[in-house]
Design a protein around this ligand. Structure first.
Ligand SMILES: Nc1nc(=O)c2c([nH]1)NC[C@@H]1CN(c3ccc(C(=O)N[C@@H](CCC(=O)O)C(=O)O)cc3)CN21
Ligand SMILES: O=c1ccn([C@H]2C[C@H](O)[C@@H](COP(=O)(O)O)O2)c(=O)[nH]1
Length: 277
């Protein structure tokens, strides 16, 4: 994960101090790109232990089209708790935009199924795009995330807002545009999550996994993560683990938690960091 560590070091050493919505303060750069060849191993950080359970359940939750944190809580995942209403609602976030984007005439569009069908039918297409960025449902910045969710708006505007697939030489690649990236906490999750999505999409399309390309807009290190960043940068990276999917699953929406096996993951210890709300 040299790519990630280079980003962390670059932003720590060259980021511009910037105030932010949460009042924490950040060091930021604008525009940064990383590339992970998925045949070289699964891109999970080894310089701190990552909680893969949360990553898998969150991705299955997005793919199911769900936007209530009930499923996450039932599975011991708490990463979305701070932004939900007391009923667990987050408003029309990722799951709804991916699987049931509402049109003005009352129809819904399942972007994931459409892209999946198009990859199989027309792999050379340059239109294999899924967008979670829907200006019609962006939150009102004057009210809190849970008040927005209660009003039918997104609790938070999507951070990983648009992704595109690309097929060449029998391999499926994916590029994500992430408008805002919390380098210490969110970005390692986002990398593993989209790498996993690419492996799943490739399997059900009969393709090999290619590259995951991660493009960031505002890439920031929160000012209360600086010590943690130093600790991480002082560690020596280890070999990447291997992710194996149950080869029997041919339907993207049929994957369950038990279909994923991570082997040879030998990370350094977890590093705690507070999440900016
Ligand atoms: N400031 C901020 N950073 C984020 O990364 C983030 C948000 N807000 N808001 C929405 C979602 C929620 N996400 C989160 C929230 C918390 C963790 C977190 O605390 N991670 C810990 C523990 C993980 C766990 O409990 O599984 C970590 O050490 O990685 C990670 C991603 C990503 N997003
Ligand atoms: O998947 C995610 C979701 C969120 N983040 C981070 C990026 C920012 O630090 C906050 C969101 O705040 P905004 O003011 O809306 O940009 O959450 C992430 O890194 N990955």
């Amino acid at each position: 994960m040299k790519q990630y560590l280079d980003l962390l070091r670059h932003v720590r050493d060259h980021g511009t101090f910037k105030e932010d919505r949460t009042g924490t303060g950040t060091y930021a750069v604008f525009g940064y790109q990383m590339r992970y060849d998925l045949s070289e191993g699964f891109p999970m950080l080894t310089t701190k232990k990552l909680h893969l359970r949360s990553i898998i359940h969150e991705l299955l939750w997005f793919l199911s089209g769900d936007t209530n944190i009930r499923y996450l809580k039932e599975n011991g995942v708490s990463i979305w708790d701070e932004w939900a209403t007391p009923d667990g609602e987050l408003g029309p976030v990722y799951g709804e935009q991916w699987r049931s984007w509402k049109t003005p005439d009352g129809q819904v569009i399942d972007q994931i199924t459409q892209v999946l069908d198009e990859i199989k039918r027309n792999p050379d297409s340059r239109r294999l795009v899924v967008s979670a960025w829907n200006p019609a449902v962006l939150p009102d910045p004057a009210i809190s995330p849970d008040a927005n969710a209660a009003a039918g708006k997104q609790a938070l505007p999507p951070c990983h807002c648009l992704f595109q697939f690309y097929v060449a030489d029998g391999k499926l690649s994916c590029q994500l545009y992430q408008r805002s990236g919390d380098i210490f906490l969110g970005v390692p999750f986002n990398i593993a999550s989209y790498a996993l999505l690419t492996l799943m999409m490739a399997q059900v399309c009969g393709l090999e996994p290619g590259d995951f390309v991660h493009t960031l807009g505002d890439a920031h290190l929160y000012s209360n993560h600086l010590e943690q960043a130093d600790t991480q940068l002082a560690r020596t990276p280890r070999a990447l683990p291997t992710m194996t999917l149950n080869p029997g699953v041919k339907d993207l929406f049929a994957f369950t938690f038990e279909d994923f096996t991570l082997s040879d993951y030998d990370p350094h210890a977890h590093i705690k960091a507070p999440v900016a709300i």
